[in-house]
Design a binder for this molecule. Sequence first.
Ligand SMILES: [Zn+2]
Length: 216
Amino acid sequence: MKIIKSRRKTLSLQITEDANLVVRAPNSMSRKIIYQMIIKHKDWIEKKQKEMLRRSQLKDKVINRKMFLYLGNQYKLQIVKDQKVPMIFDEGFFLSESHLNDEKEILLKWYKVKSYEIIAERVDIYATKYGFKYRKIKITSAQKRWGSCSSNGNLNFSWRIIMAPMEVIDYVVIHELVHLVERNHSRSFWEKVKSLYPQYAKYNEWLKENGYLLNL
Ligand SMILES: [Zn+2]
């Protein structure tokens, strides 16, 4: 709190942008009276301070725009007012101001939904093309295990791989499809992967180098 005395005739209260209280008072006004006035306007002061804090936090978020990966590209997260849905993706992430506090949850949900959409499509394309039979596709949150194939023919993929470029996603998809017929990483497994996706080594390498980036 800051008290500024001057030749003014009345007292005024102001909340600054960083939520501090500034009191402007006449030279002759005693401290006791000033404090009485502050107490009298306590509710107004608190309400204003809260509002200013919220605004400055919002400003920080907008200025420190965060970047998130999607299909190998980085997109900004921006805060928008008056948006009815929590988040829209349109060459950038547009988060509704009213969802500032659950930004991570909303992004995570979006990545999970989107990853199922993309991965299921890629699996279907390659399974049809090369004649693989699988049962179900499940999306996981695994940190490093980008994909796995269960003995009953279910395929699991971490939602994180949709942060990677499409070529990397395709490599993971083909890798798991080949596991349907070759359970372990034998020489014949890798030969089969190579015959279906000759550039696979490059993308396997990409995951080893950049995998830590596939994170929220
Ligand atoms: Zn494998």
